[in-house]
Design a protein around this ligand. Structure first.
Ligand SMILES: *[C@@H]1O[C@H](CO)[C@@H](O)[C@H](O)[C@H]1NC(C)=O
Ligand SMILES: *[C@@H]1O[C@H](CO)[C@@H](O)[C@H](O)[C@H]1NC(C)=O
Ligand SMILES: *[C@@H]1O[C@H](CO)[C@@H](O)[C@H](O)[C@H]1NC(C)=O
Length: 356
């Protein structure tokens, strides 16, 4: 009797230990498997661009060229399961409820700028894209980069077929229609990148402001209120003094896209949520991030620098050569390109100029 009891005393802890050992082994195994499937950022490591079976069923019968509802999101989820679509394009008067941006100062959020944003939004009064575009059941968007790779490719008419054409900073349209198209739904701009000559703005496009530093909000308030900015202090080059747009055609881009691109998608240094060395995504990647959340299909053109040909043009609209590009303090072009390559390889976005 006694020996059985002793044996039980011995057996029970052994069973517990054995179970613990077994389950920890399984856990370990599982993390090993996960490690090999996903990279540090959470993207699938093996990208072949093929449609997963359930998407083949969903999209397989649509005729070629037809807009596929929810396609970019579905493809993104298949290579990056953490993706969550809802994120409004622009700030509206309820922006303080967006918890992800309220804890970061610019460029990653709105902290410290809440009051001035309230004033700006009270003046613009509009916070959506455009009733006609918003009511589309399927939206195809294209982001036009400024790269020389667009030059002489005659993509203009193809670009104009998209529902939403997004241009960046001062990239011109007039005189370049054959290559870059003539339609501009919105122009996303920071102060130093804004077109300076009022006559160079296209007739009707949304002016979408993207803030990178606190100072930028002050500039934008002046542009909305049509007041001349007295001082250029705090900007790294001269900025536009006037933006020839009515307040109702002006918007503030949701800074969440900068935050998500930097810290989640690209994996730039967090630096306690402050702007620091090499942790600011380029505007082009910010625009792509916005489109992933707000468009059913996403394409881009004019992205990618060809560092191996220093004599290639840097931008499609000027004579600057590739060799003029300097190591950037704020951006990390190579890490950013890695991210964009995952999107293209995974078939989430389509690259019309094959520069990525
Ligand atoms: C695709 O076509 C098949 C056969 O015509 C049909 O049964 C199926 O419902 C279609 N799928 C979708 C998503 O429309
Ligand atoms: C543009 O492309 C056309 C044909 O595709 C070519 O004949 C022409 O020389 C090119 N122009 C320039 C400036 O490269
Ligand atoms: C870009 O990222 C790489 C890899 O993390 C790093 O080695 C490099 O120093 C970074 N460049 C800049 C400009 O921060």
């Amino acid at each position: 009797m006694k020996s059985t009891r002793n044996f039980m005393f011995f057996l029970c802890p052994m069973l517990v230990l054995g179970f613990l050992y077994y389950s920890s082994g399984r856990l370990h195994l599982r993390t090993l498997v996960q490690k090999s499937q996903y990279d540090k950022q959470g993207f699938l490591t093996k990208l072949d661009g093929k449609l997963p079976l359930e998407l083949q069923y969903k999209y397989g019968n649509l005729s070629k060229g037809e807009c596929k509802p929810g396609y970019a999101e579905a493809k993104m989820m298949s290579i990056y399961p953490k993706f969550s679509k809802p994120a409004p394009m622009f700030l509206d008067p309820n922006f303080k409820r967006l918890s992800r941006i309220s804890s970061y100062p610019p460029p990653f959020g709105v902290r410290t700028q809440e009051k001035i944003i309230d004033v700006i939004l009270a003046a613009t009064k509009r916070y959506l894209l455009d009733p006609e575009l918003d009511s589309l059941s399927c939206k195809r968007c294209i982001i036009i980069g400024n790269g020389g790779i667009l030059f002489n490719k005659s993509l203009g008419s193809k670009i104009d077929e998209y529902d939403v054409v997004v241009r960046l900073n001062e990239a011109p349209v007039s005189g370049f229609e054959k290559d870059v198209g003539s339609k501009t739904t919105m122009r996303i701009t920071y102060p130093e990148g804004a077109i300076q000559k009022p006559e160079h703005y296209e007739k009707d496009s949304l002016f979408v402001f993207s803030a990178f530093k606190p100072m930028d909000f002050k500039w934008f308030l002046h542009m909305v209120a049509k007041e001349r900015l007295r001082s250029m202090e705090g900007f790294w080059k001269s900025v536009a003094r006037v933006v020839p747009r009515e307040p109702k055609d002006m918007r503030i881009l949701n800074p969440y896209f900068i935050q998500e691109a930097a810290f989640r998608f690209i994996g730039l240094p967090h630096n306690n949520g402050l702007m620091g060395r090499g942790n600011i995504p380029t505007l082009g990647t910010v625009a792509i991030t916005m489109a992933l959340h707000n468009c059913d299909e996403v394409a881009l053109a004019g992205f990618g620098y060809d560092m191996s040909s220093p004599l290639a043009p840097l931008h499609y609209y000027e004579k600057l050569k590739m060799s003029a590009i300097k190591e950037s303090w704020t951006h990390n072009i190579s890490k950013e390109k890695e991210f964009l390559r995952k999107l293209v390889k995974g078939g989430v976005i389509q690259d019309l100029t094959n520069g990525i």
